[in-house]
Design a protein around this ligand. Structure first.
Ligand SMILES: Cc1ncc(COP(=O)(O)O)c(C=O)c1O
Length: 374
């Protein structure tokens, strides 16, 4: 038995290539002490907007607040409804609830695991204001039909791009398609800070202006408050690190794609359901998620070999206690629910070595031969 640890994500390996540059950038930022929406925040906003191909990028404290403020900037009020998915991290729904609106959950496409656009129109009521798809695991939702439906019914579309930095849909970057989009720079993300961070991107001048105010207590001019806002500004030190890491994002996403391709080739014969990349998408594999009814057994077997795995996420949002306690009752979402019982995330990060990925594949193959086919 080889028990060398292979973690689900290796943050230390991810830090090494940028360590020196980040130490220098932090030294410089701390010498200048311009920590309130300082030069690094401003530069990173410009650079990230350019990267995504949008007019505006507004640095926010984290992804949850980026979603929340995007909803608020679109004028969402208590009583409004937002159509979204339950197959995501709970933050998507928390942001909707923070804005006072009610989440209306629909099922996902069982191949891409993202919002099934054919189910949207059935849920539209006079109270519906927003459609909020999630680009899950690094793959964009099918945005064209979503945008078409939104246009027909005069709705906003807010992309949850928190897991999809650099992903593309029909050649367009995640975060450049809807009326606004939210990104998270939580430290395990494809573009991760060393603390918390987030961003809203938009092409709309008015939404951008409102987000800028909302993240800073509703003010445009210091101590003059035209809106009731929030404190949700991106931190200067995080922005300094993120600027450096943005230069590596495409290269790291390519490494993730290469790793995903290796997994998919070598696990094809195992009978596990592997990730499916829609032909119109450029998936950036924030997570590499397989499906098996023997999830717990496989997870245990890999853990015994020192291989880390994750479950993203074990309980869909519409079945979480916090949501049920709010009296939000949703009919069964069959794909969402059956997937939640079967998904397993395998180690995935750009610095995963050939040796490590081979060993993960061997252990998964061994399990499927010995356990499933027995
Ligand atoms: C899909 C999704 N939405 C929203 C969030 C919230 O981002 P944050 O943790 O930065 O608040 C996350 C990340 O954790 C996420 O994965």
């Amino acid at each position: 038995m080889n028990n060398t640890q292979i973690p689900l994500v290796d943050l230390v390996a991810g830090y090494k290539p940028v360590e020196e540059q980040i130490r220098l950038a932090w030294d410089e930022a701390l010498s200048g002490m311009r920590l309130f929406l300082g030069p690094n925040v401003q530069a990173f906003e410009r650079e990230f907007a350019e990267y995504c191909g949008v007019q505006h990028a507004i640095g926010i404290s984290d992804g949850t607040n980026a979603l929340h403020l995007a909803l608020r900037a679109c004028g969402i009020c208590p009583g409004d409804e937002v159509i979204t998915v339950g197959f995501t991290f709970i933050a998507t729904t928390e942001a909707i609830l923070l804005s006072g609106a009610k989440p209306v959950f629909i099922d996902i496409d069982p191949k891409t695991y993202t919002m099934d656009p054919s189910l949207i129109e059935n849920q539209i009521t006079p109270k519906t204001r927003v459609i909020l798809p999630v680009h899950l695991y690094g793959q964009c939702a099918d945005m064209d039909p979503i945008m078409e439906i939104a246009k027909k019914h005069n709705l906003f579309v807010i992309e949850d791009a928190c897991q999809a930095h650099g992903a593309e849909y029909k050649g367009r970057k995640a975060g450049s398609i809807g009326h606004a989009a939210a990104f998270s720079f939580y430290f395990t993300k494809n573009l991760g800070a060393y603390g918390e961070g987030g961003m809203v991107t938009t092409q709309d001048d008015e939404i951008a202006k409102r987000i800028k105010m909302l993240r800073d207590h509703g003010s445009e001019k210091r101590y003059y408050h035209d809106l009731v806002g929030w404190n949700a500004r991106l931190d200067e030190l995080q922005a300094a690190a993120l600027r450096i890491k943005l230069n590596y994002l495409d290269q790291w996403n390519q490494e993730r794609r290469k790793n995903a391709s290796y997994y998919s080739q070598h696990l094809e014969s195992t009978g596990l359901v592997l990730p499916w990349e829609a032909p119109y998408n450029q998936h950036v594999y924030h997570l590499y998620v397989i499906r098996t009814p023997y999830r717990e057994e496989l997870r245990q077997s890999l853990a015994e070999q020192g291989i880390g795995t994750g479950i993203h996420y074990p309980i869909p949002t519409h079945r979480q206690k916090a949501i049920l306690d709010r009296g939000i009752i949703t009919n069964s979402l069959p794909h969402t629910e059956s997937l939640s019982d079967q998904i397993l995330s395998l180690p995935m990060y750009p610095q995963l070595t050939q040796q490590q990925i081979e060993r993960v594949c061997e252990e998964v193959q061994r399990f499927t031969t010995e356990y499933i086919s027995r």
